[in-house]
Design a protein around this ligand. Structure first.
Ligand SMILES: N[C@H](CCC[C@H](N)C(=O)O)C(=O)O
Length: 285
């Protein structure tokens, strides 16, 4: 039986097992399914299991240093992008290299990340409501329409999100209603299902403030935070005329995320990360 080293990080509660891409893991899908399971997976850090495995390939000779990121989720799927995951990638790379600026290479594209004392900021690309980008199985954008009983706006922030604005995110039984939306025919590649509730901004907030909850595709459950979802909240709020601001604090259960969605240019996501634990994981032959 082979064992590989891992480090566990979380970004506002969205937790990941980080494994060097050169580690001998012939079946990454089976590895992620086994070790991310919340009931039977790895016992390390605050919660058993994880929201995915980040296989990382760090190139410190590039300027700025580059990290190729592959996120294998608990259901074995590979995600095109992960905002909190990219933030954890930068923290891991900074710990390994001493650098503070990185280009994170993702299937959704290259994303610059900067590690600061108060957390990690990552560029998130331009949100898109275009049917071909989300993607949607129709020709026109999906804005404030009912999908399986939930009024949502569909946007791609690296991955597809269906965003619903509600009066109280805690009043919604998200695990019960989300699967039908996540698997709706209008989303040929599925969608993460994100709830957003406008709340009063706090004294030192820049811009508006939303509470957030997300049921994640590939985790097939609610996570404590979702970075692409936080960007989707502000992008959808702007698209539906709820705000014309370019900045927001978005608060999933796991903590506060600072988001910008400028009129033109890349969105950004910033917030804390934490190194939770390390150890070894067994690899099935
Ligand atoms: N579950 C997402 C990928 C991870 C996104 C989330 N963890 C984030 O921080 O952006 C999907 O398959 O679309």
């Amino acid at each position: 039986m082979t064992a590989v080293e891992f480090v566990k990080y979380h970004g506002t509660g969205n937790d990941f097992l980080v494994v060097d891409a050169s580690a001998p893991v012939p079946d990454r899908e089976a590895f992620a399914v086994a070790h991310c399971d919340r009931e039977t997976g790895v016992e390390a850090g605050e919660r058993r299991g994880a929201d995915g495995v980040l296989f990382l390939d760090l190139d410190v000779d590039a300027d700025p240093a580059r990290v190729e990121m592959t996120l294998v989720q608990p259901d074995g799927s590979i995600a095109e992008m992960c905002g909190n995951g990219a933030r954890c990638v930068a923290s891991w790379a900074a710990e390994r290299s001493g650098a503070t600026e990185f280009v994170v290479e993702t299937p959704a594209g290259d994303r610059r990340a900067v590690v600061r004392d108060d957390g990690v900021q990552v560029e998130m690309g331009r949100p898109s409501f275009a049917p071909a980008d989300v993607p949607l199985a129709r020709e026109e954008p999906l804005v404030e329409e009912s999908v399986e009983g939930l009024t949502v706006t569909a946007v791609n922030t690296g991955v597809p999100h269906a965003v619903a604005f509600v009066d109280d995110v805690d009043a919604v039984d998200l695990p019960a209603i989300a699967p039908a939306v996540r698997h709706a025919d209008v989303f040929p590649e599925g969608a993460n299902v994100t709830l957003a509730e406008a709340v009063d901004a706090e004294e030192d907030d820049k811009g508006v403030r939303y509470r957030q909850r997300t049921f994640e595709r590939g985790v097939e459950d609610e996570t404590r935070a979702c970075g692409t979802g936080a960007v989707a909240v502000l992008a959808a709020a702007r698209r539906t005329g709820r705000t014309d601001g370019e900045s927001a604090v978005v608060s999933p259960p796991g903590g506060d995320l600072r988001v910008t969605v400028p009129d033109d240019g890349s969105a950004t996501l910033a917030g804390p990360t934490e190194r939770e634990a390390s150890g070894t994981l067994e690899v099935e032959p």
